[in-house]
Design a protein around this ligand. Structure first.
Ligand code: CDP
Length: 204
């Protein structure tokens, strides 16, 4: 049976961690759609045309540690404004969302464009300062040299591009449950998400 959980939100809001935990707990498949845009962005950085890079994307392109760098994140947010690139990536994400056994997808437009029919929609946010602090620690932990100021500026620039674009802008679906993780532990954020899923499962 299909059951889709759509998790949207800005960079480093905690949506990836919540999504992974939900998928683990429920035995659902998980798709980090940001990784798809990052993989296309990376291919463009190496000289490909954005549309060709999206149309010829293979699963193996997602298995690349360098996709997590700030440069690739920036390149991802630039290709993500192109409607033909988004269109080329839609069918794969939709098919994934309705697979048997349930699916969790996290991104920017899952509840609004990819799966408006999702059984559960979450919109995960946190203050820009808290998100930059988390991302700075994450990058430092990976040995990527940067400063808090740089990470903060990158996140702000990406927020603006993601929210301001004409095509599939980052915004909550009208029926999304908001989770602000600024002052929440991962445990509490996960519990809030799980409570929503359980309520929906019981009402089905
Ligand atoms: O991990 P983080 O939240 O920093 O970023 P991400 O989820 O990996 O996404 C990287 C970029 O891809 C975002 O800044 C968006 O521009 C784009 N993206 C998108 O447009 N639509 C999605 N469903 C997912 C990501």
């Amino acid at each position: 049976m299909a059951f889709t959980i759509a998790v949207d939100g800005p960079a480093a809001s905690g949506k990836g961690t919540i999504s992974k935990r939900l998928a683990q707990e429920l035995g659902f498949a998980h798709l980090d759609t940001g990784l798809i845009y990052r993989a296309v962005g990376k291919r463009v950085l190496t000289g490909q045309e954005p549309l060709a890079a999206a149309q010829t994307l293979q699963a193996e392109h997602l298995e690349d540690d360098s996709l997590r760098t700030p440069e690739v994140a920036l390149a991802a947010s630039k290709v993500a404004v192109l409607s033909e690139v988004r269109a080329a990536l839609t069918d794969f994400q939709r098919a994934f969302s309705r697979r048997d056994g349930g699916a969790v997808l996290d991104g920017r437009d899952i509840g609004t464009v990819i799966c408006p029919e999702a059984e559960v929609k979450l919109f995960v946010t946190a203050s820009a300062e808290a998100r930059a602090e988390r991302r700075f620690k994450e990058l430092a932990g990976k040995g990527i040299e940067t400063t808090f100021e740089e990470v903060f500026a990158d996140i702000r620039a990406r927020d603006e591009r993601d929210m301001g674009r004409a095509e599939a802008p980052l915004k909550p679906a009208p029926d999304a449950v908001h989770i602000d993780t600024t002052d929440m532990s991962i445990e509490d954020a996960f519990a809030a998400a799980m409570a929503r899923v359980r309520a929906r499962q019981e009402s089905a």
